[in-house]
Design a protein around this ligand. Structure first.
Ligand code: R5P
Length: 259
């Protein structure tokens, strides 16, 4: 792996633990002003010091994150649909690699929609992005998006993750599922998990704990942090699980204490 690419990736997946807590705040790219992210800057500011990286779009980066704050950025560069459409898979690449470099990002992220109407376009977009990323030393995160009608099981998610890795993604974001270790075992690059819809804090911490125990290198979590009644406590609790192997109870204690 090229030195620059490896260096950028190591800013996200921390060499001290081999793990990462990514804070996902990119939801507005198709959901608009998602609950908890109505004014992104206000949500993001108190959490910045606790995240290993921030996943977001160029618009929110430019307007809502102080350029002086030294946090690795994972820039979402796919989009083109909104929640008003049933088929969300019709995405394209929305931001050039040159702009990503000007924004000094550590990685770029793109969703793939395996099994959807636009499977081919999203997969070839991933390939193109990897080719460009490798050319400039920028790692690519593939996000395995799941259509409403699709089952998030190990068979399907292994298929998605393996295809993303075969096309050259440097790391992958997917969902936790039963037999998650099968997804990890058959994927040659690191996997982080999304948090998904807001659930009770202890359940979200259990999800993070299960994912880490079964081979994920970390989380790329959004709603279960920023929609919590105590986002700072929640991200501290997630960090304890990811970087310190805390139990769910220990982590939940941190969340409660921070309240
Ligand atoms: C989708 O909107 C984005 O890729 C999110 O970053 C992803 O779903 C992770 O966020 P959450 O933990 O809220 O699912």
């Amino acid at each position: 792996m090229d030195w620059g690419l490896k260096n950028r990736l190591s800013r996200i997946i921390r060499p001290e633990t081999g793990r990462t807590v990514m804070l996902a705040v990119d939801h507005g790219y198709f959901l608009g002003p998602t609950s908890g992210l109505e004014v992104p800057g206000e949500t993001i500011k108190p959490l910045l010091s606790y995240a290993d990286s921030l996943m977001l779009t160029r618009g929110v980066l430019r307007t809502s994150v102080p350029a002086e704050f030294n946090i690795p950025i994972v820039l979402r560069v796919s989009g083109g649909t909104s929640i008003l459409h049933d088929d969300l898979s019709n995405e394209d690449i929305t931001t050039s690699m040159e702009e990503a470099i000007r924004l000094n990002v550590s990685a770029v992220a793109l969703s793939i929609f395996v099994g959807s109407a636009h499977e081919k376009e999203t997969l070839t977009n991933l390939s193109k992005l990897v080719t460009q990323g490798v050319g400039y030393g920028i790692p690519v995160l593939a996000v395995t998006a799941v259509g409403r009608e699709m089952t998030r099981d190990a068979k399907y998610l292994s298929l998605c993750c393996r295809i993303a890795a075969e096309l050259g993604a440097h790391f992958i974001k997917t969902y936790y599922c039963e037999n998650f270790e099968k997804v990890v075992e058959t994927c040659p690059v690191p996997i982080v998990i999304a948090g998904g819809k807001k659930t009770p804090e202890k359940d979200a911490l259990a999800l993070a704990h299960n994912a880490i125990s079964h081979g994920a290198v970390g989380v790329d979590m959004g709603r279960n942090i920023f929609q919590s009644d105590n986002p700072v406590g929640m991200i501290q609790a997630v960090r304890a699980i990811v970087h310190k192997n805390a139990t769910v109870e220990e982590a939940y204690g941190l969340y409660e204490k921070a309240k």
